[in-house]
Design a protein around this ligand. Structure first.
Ligand SMILES: Cc1cc2nc3c(=O)[nH]c(=O)nc-3n(C[C@H](O)[C@H](O)[C@H](O)COP(=O)(O)OP(=O)(O)OC[C@H]3O[C@@H](n4cnc5c(N)ncnc54)[C@H](O)[C@@H]3O)c2cc1C
Length: 398
């Protein structure tokens, strides 16, 4: 029997998790990555409990925990008044083996996976290799690629487009990316300033609402990351300038010295879901399939959940004789979650954190306080924010 060949575009967390599952199951896997090395950008920094449960199967969770920070609590705060509600993740004991959020940079996951992939003889990572276009017949997928400008063609049985928000796979298949782009961009600044010494009762994950300028304070092992919205009329140059960055940080917490900043990232934020997650033998996963604002930390986590759901389907068909109809279940399950859950939750999180109406703000804060004070309601809240409900909902879709 010939070995099934699965082509994956993109060596981000979603492409590499997919490659690991398929490679460990004995598939021949080729991963195309346009960049010359794995990205070291500071992007996702939160791993939700079910993602840690999934990665534990490959020994990745212990390795990530060793390099990250275990966040037992998450907080909803008022930027000026401090803690509104604190949620204790240990309430999730029994629902997950990892009742905490792990604060750890996403590049640590991809580096760890690469170490395992390098030991799998049937998995090939092709760096500096860009997917240009995709065509398919009833039985095969053909990809045109270029490696350092040199054109090549690769044939495979199935393909996963995990090539990010600007997915060449999605564009080659002419699949619409439905949704919208917010008018404001988000700015992430990282600093070695120790906020916990100055803001009382700060946890590692803090969503700070404010009618003028909300922010999110996230701890990773060596840094604090501060996320701010910017105003649409501010130019990129101004937002990224030392003066504007210092003004934002000083306005949040005045200090006699300028802040030492280590990274600044300004990015557009979208709520979009691909109209199809499958076209014939080609599937979309992760940011290629859905993108959302970062409030709630659901982008990378949702993408890893896509990868786990998707890769199981061809394995069931190829190795266990399941009907090829099973392949359609991926879109039914994961597109539903992207729309009903990931995009809906992150859009609601943004509305709540930026709410300007004082009556609505007070009502939201009162509800959060009451929810956190009641263990039954707090657990229900955490099951939703940790994406446990979303995974159970996906499983319920035939
Ligand atoms: C500032 C920021 C903060 C974030 N914070 C969080 C968070 O806290 N929690 C969370 O869950 N998510 C967060 N996200 C989102 C998260 O980073 C993404 O959801 C995640 O990276 C998606 O992974 P992916 O593998 O689908 O795509 P990507 O990580 O974008 O990887 C795609 C890969 O494909 C490659 N590629 C692109 N085009 C081609 C091509 N034509 N040929 C070959 N290769 C190609 C790219 O080089 C890249 O390596 C954040 C994002 C940003 C920008």
């Amino acid at each position: 029997m010939t070995q099934t060949h699965i082509l994956i575009a993109g060596a981000g967390p979603v492409g590499l998790v997919s490659a690991l599952v398929l490679g460990k199951a004995g598939m021949k896997v080729t991963v195309l990555e346009a960049a010359s090395a794995l990205s070291m950008d500071l992007r996702a920094s939160t791993f939700h409990p079910p993602t840690l449960d999934m990665l534990a199967r490959f020994g990745l969770t212990d390795a990530l925990v060793a390099q990250g920070l275990v966040a037992r609590y998450t907080q909803q705060r008022d930027r000026h008044e401090g803690v509104v509600a604190e949620f204790d993740m240990t309430l999730l004991q029994g629902d997950t083996d990892h009742p905490f959020r792990l604060q750890c940079e996403q590049w640590k996951l991809t580096q760890l996976i690469k170490q395992q992939l390098d030991a799998l003889p049937d998995v090939t990572l092709r760096f500096s290799t860009k997917l240009e276009s995709v065509t398919q017949t009833a039985g095969k997928v053909q990809a045109s690629v270029s490696t350092d400008g040199q054109a090549d063609r690769i044939e495979a049985d199935y393909m996963i487009g995990a090539d990010g928000a600007w997915s060449a796979t999605r564009r080659a298949l002419d699949i619409e990316f439905e949704g919208f782009t917010y008018p404001e961009r988000f700015l992430v600044i990282s600093t070695d300033f120790e906020y916990a010494d100055h803001l009382p009762r700060l946890s590692y994950v803090n969503y700070c609402s404010d009618p003028e300028e909300w922010c999110v304070l996230l701890r990773v092992p060596t840094l604090w990351r501060v996320l701010f919205p910017t105003r649409p009329e501010e130019s990129d140059e101004y937002v990224m300038s030392d003066d504007a960055v210092q003004a934002r940080l000083q306005n949040l917490l005045p200090q006699p010295q300028p802040y030492n900043t280590l990274h600044r990232t300004l990015y557009k934020v979208h709520q979009r879901v691909a109209r199809q997650f499958r076209q014939g033998r080609v599937f979309l996963a992760g940011d290629a399939a859905h993108i959302n604002n970062p409030l709630g930390g659901m982008g990378m986590n949702g993408g890893v959940h896509d990868a786990m759901n998707l890769t199981d389907k061809p394995l069931q068909v190829i190795q266990h004789g399941a009907s090829p109809d099973l392949l359609d279940r991926y879109e039914r399950q994961r597109r539903t979650i992207a729309i009903e859950y990931i995009n809906a939750s992150t859009a609601r999180n943004k509305r709540e954190i930026e709410e300007r109406d004082p009556v609505v703000r007070k009502r939201t804060q009162d509800e959060l306080r009451e929810t956190a004070a009641d263990p039954v309601r707090a657990k229900a809240y955490l099951r939703k924010s940790s994406m446990i409900d979303a995974l159970e909902r996906a499983e319920s879709i035939a």
